[in-house]
Every structure is written in C-alpha cells, then in structure tokens.
Unconditional design. Structure first.
Length: 262
C-alpha cells in the first residue's frame, strides 16, 4: 500500500470567528470530497489573492508542497503583518482543493487546547503550524512538537511553520526541537513596499466586490500604518462605513472616517 493510501482523511477547520475547531478525524463520517469544506469559508486566503512582492520564492515553494510535489519542511519568519498566516492558509486551501488532507493550526490560540491536538497529524498530507514560537517555554507543548516532528519525518509529511523570529533566534528551550526548526527550507519574508501595498489593497477590495480609486489608496497609504494586516483591517472598516452610509469611498469620505477613528 502506498504512503498516500495510509493517509487518514481528516481536516481541521478555522471558523469565521477565528476560533480554531478540530473536526472529527477520519472514519465513516469523512470522505475525500468533504476535505475542501474545512477551508471554504476562508477562500480569500489563496495564492491568487496574495501579492508576493519579493517573496515569490517562498510562495512558489509553498504551492509546490500544497500540490504534493515537495516533501521539505518550510519555516517562514517575519514581523507582524507580512502575510505569514495568509500563506499558510493559502497552502491549506490549495491542498484541500486537490482533496489532500491537511491542517492549519493557529498556535496563538494554544491556551484553548492541549498538546493532544498534535496527535495523529502524521496521517495527513500537509500540516501548517502558525506562530510556532507561541510554544516556547511551554515544556509539554515543546515535547509534543518534538514528537510530531519525528512522526512527520517517518511518514514524509511536509510541515510548514511560521514564527516571528528565525530558528536561530527562537526561544524554544528544548535543544533537539530548536535544531529541528532549521530542517528543510527557511525564508525570511519581506514586507511589501508602498506600490505593492497599494496593489494588495485594490485586489482585496475587488474580492469584496468594490473598487478603490488610486486617489483613495494613495491617501490611505500616507496616513495609516503600512503593514498589510493593518491596511486590510482599515479596508474592512471603510467597507462597513460605506455600506452603512450608502456612500462611495471617496477621499473626502475616507477622511471623515479616519477622523472619527483617530
């Protein structure tokens, strides 16, 4: 029997309220046709909706792994708002579309779970752990992650991780685990420049069903913090205000909203 035939069909869902919930694993109640459903609510996080800027190489590497053409682990690190979570969820979306069993686990919610969360993940085709540095200093979680590394290696299951620092700079205390963070490919993601942020804003707006003029985008870029997470949060606010007021997003209207939120 091939390795893929051993993969138990299981998916893990990230719900609308951003609270991660594990679905029941395998068995009679999970079919391969159901695998994409765990990520259907978050199809905005795709590679098509990602502006890579200077991060084309890691984005391409992740797409290869999501399609099943690579077995290397991937470690992404960068500050906030650079797109780490977007890339990990995009990888899971792409894998799920191919009916490959996968899991996206946001470890910022680690306090809501126990290390048993990592059990049987080696049965999947792809595992993505977001904010793995959240486990630093938690001895039970570090041991669980160390064990997961070894199990995934045995089954040749790719592991994609994100963190706010490099493997060398990690505060993980278990030496053998810290050394494993460097297994595979390691990429330092770079922030987008102003031109790329403008393109990302306009793309996100189109995905939400409206257009932003160049004048509005330029006005925003000059007045708010420029990491993509903050820009997209402001875009959500502007969209809500536009719908509530039944007004188009002009520079004057955006100025009013920014003054209200100041």
């Amino acid at each position: 029997m091939t390795k893929s035939a051993h993969k138990r069909q299981r998916s893990l869902e990230f719900h609308r309220d951003h609270k991660f919930q594990p679905l029941r694993a395998g068995g009679d109640n999970t079919s391969s046709s159901q695998l994409p459903l765990g990520f259907a609510r978050h199809d905005i996080y795709t590679f098509d909706s990602y502006i890579p800027g200077s991060n084309r190489e890691p984005a391409d590497a992740l797409q290869g792994i999501a399609r099943g053409s690579g077995h290397d682990n991937i470690y992404l690190w960068a500050g906030r708002g650079v797109g780490k979570s977007h890339l990990l969820q995009a990888a899971c979306n792409l894998a799920a579309q191919s009916e490959r069993a996968c899991a996206y686990i946001p470890l910022r919610q680690v306090d809501d779970f126990t290390p048993d969360l990592f059990s049987s993940l080696e049965d999947l085709s792809l595992v993505c752990l977001d904010d793995v540095d959240e486990l630093a200093g938690r001895d039970d979680w570090e041991l669980a992650l160390f064990d997961l590394f070894n199990r995934l290696k045995d089954t040749e299951t790719p592991l994609v991780m994100s963190a706010g620092c490099s493997p060398k700079g990690s505060l993980i205390r278990l030496p053998d685990l810290k050394s494993r963070l460097s297994w595979g490919l390691c990429y330092h993601l770079q922030p987008l420049d102003d031109h790329e942020n403008m393109a990302a804003l306009k793309l996100r707006a189109r995905e939400r069903g409206f257009e932003l003029t160049d004048q509005v985008v330029e006005y925003l870029i000059k007045r708010i913090e420029r990491d993509t997470r903050n820009l997209f949060r402001w875009l959500d606010r502007l969209d809500r205000h536009s719908l509530e007021a039944q007004r188009k997003l002009t520079v004057d209207f955006v100025k009013e909203i920014l003054e209200i939120k100041a």
